[in-house]
Design a protein around this ligand. Structure first.
Ligand code: PLP
Length: 381
């Protein structure tokens, strides 16, 4: 079935009791049991809720997983995934990941005995040479946040498989509409559902899926045991958002390409990072493993000191964290989304203080380019 059809009919797309075409919001914490020790299909909403279950089936269908899991945030999902490992296990983590992902590795799981090494996952040799006898997993983003680096997921997974590593891919930037990491050899896919999947900047959520029944069983246990589940209202909002993912992603991509080309040709711009530009290092791999390049762009001004004035001069691009909503957003990763990464680690990964990240929304492209142009003029960039 084509992904566009799955977006509408995937998962559980209607209510089995009433036939409602929008799965109802089952706003309940518990369920009447038939007798002592005889629950019906659901018994308590942390363990399972029909609205959440429909969303979980949907993400599994979209990514090609056997089971899906919905969490109260992307980080809650990452917490559950990292809880698969035990003290003394070592993981490889991509050098360009969301700041909060770095923080949960460094400040939560290291304390609990997990070890990790930061690697440039877009360089396969760097992955291979950092594998140790106790390495159990490879965690990466592709495209990565904020530098839009591309990892060859299939080749990375081939290396990882030789060493029995669990391959975890954060697919937030691409979404299953443009890329399906499980089909490329990944074992687990994680999303900040807050972003493109929800799509309207009105819900915080995390979605996880796997195609390995054993990992699914473990994640199912962890989701219930840790308990950071997504509520029924937000699960419904997520399903509503996902129905239009295809049309939104096509338009995000169209606008992003226009903005990336505009920035590339602008005399005040030093570097543009967008995997849909043939000048991007990862362009060929991106073309091979993705069906589109999504809507995220990062860039640097020649006059790095003008970055703050530039982003503050923008009017349609709202200065805010997050991404993937219908409205265009702008941010400075070094002081916003990636501020939790120490400066020397950030700079080693290439995230300089003047880097600007755009989430290109669904406004009319001409208006977005005009906004960028007026900000160049106003800021003196
Ligand atoms: N992964 C990526 C790529 C992100 O950009 C983010 C948040 O910005 C997260 C994970 C964390 O998700 P959440 O903010 O929903 O906890």
């Amino acid at each position: 079935m084509h992904i566009n059809t799955k977006l509408i009919h995937g998962g559980i797309s209607e209510d089995k009791t009433t036939g409602a075409v929008s799965v109802p919001i089952y706003q309940t914490s518990t369920y009447k049991q038939n007798g002592v020790g005889q629950p019906k299909e659901y018994e308590y909403s942390r363990s399972g809720n029909p609205t959440r279950h429909a969303l979980e089936e949907l993400i599994a269908d979209l990514e090609g997983g056997v089971q899906g899991f919905a969490f109260g945030s992307g980080l809650a999902g990452i917490h559950a995934i990292l809880s698969l490992f035990v003290p003394g296990d070592h993981l490889l983590m991509g050098d360009d990941v969301y700041g909060g992902t770095f923080r949960i590795f460094e400040q939560v799981f290291v304390k609990n005995g997990l070890e990790y090494t930061i690697v440039d996952t877009s360089d396969l040799a760097d992955i291979e040479k950092n594998i140790q006898p106790n390495t159990k997993g490879l965690y990466l983003e592709s495209p990565s946040n904020p530098l839009l680096k591309i990892t060859d997921i299939k080749s990375a997974a081939d290396i990882a498989k030789k060493h029995n590593l669990v391959v975890m891919v954060d697919n937030t930037f691409a979404t299953p509409y443009f890329q399906q990491p499980l089909t490329l050899g990944a074992d687990i896919v994680i999303h900040s559902g807050t972003k493109y999947l929800g799509g309207h900047s009105d819900v915080v959520s995390g979605l996880v899926t796997t195609n390995d029944p054993k990992l699914a069983q473990e994640l199912s246990f962890l989701q219930n045991a840790i308990g950071a589940v997504l509520g029924p209202q937000d699960s419904w909002l997520m399903q509503r958002g996902i129905k239009t993912l295809g049309v939104r992603m096509e338009e995000h991509q169209r606008n992003a390409l226009a903005a990336a080309e505009f920035l590339t040709s602008h005399p005040a711009v030093a570097n543009v990072y967008y995997p849909g530009l043939s000048s991007h290092n990862g362009y060929e791999v991106a073309k091979k493993q993705m069906s589109g390049f999504s809507g995220m762009i990062s860039f640097e001004l020649k006059n790095e000191a003008a970055a703050t004035a530039f982003v503050e001069a923008l009017q349609l691009f709202t200065l805010a964290e997050s991404l993937g909503g219908v409205e265009s957003l702008v941010e400075v990763p070094a002081v916003m989304t990636h501020a939790s990464i120490p400066k020397e680690k950030r700079e080693a990964a290439g995230i300089r203080d003047g880097l600007i990240r755009l989430s290109v929304g669904l406004e009319y492209a001409g208006d977005l380019l005009a906004d960028l142009e007026q900000a160049f003029e106003k800021s003196g960039a």
